[in-house]
Design a protein around this ligand. Sequence first.
Ligand code: ZN
Length: 93
Amino acid sequence: MARCRGCGKEIIFVKSPAGKFIPCDPSKVIFSRPGEGKARVVKLNGEVISCTIGTGDDISEAVGVGYIPHWSTCKAANQFRKKKESPLQGTLF
Ligand SMILES: [Zn+2]
């Protein structure tokens, strides 16, 4: 299994319909209310949708399972952002 270069956690890659590989957390989640909500989930076919993670109050609202994109849970994601904003690091890119 691959590991994130930022935080060292295990990640998997889900292939999107466009052929891109999206780094995701390896555990699947149930999601509900596709098209609504702030959370992003990568469906098993690689499609990224906005939705609500979990089912809310009613288990029957669950519409599928997917993966959480790693960039939304990665502890190092903030560090990456800070580095990019730093003037010293900025000169390297
Ligand atoms: Zn990470």
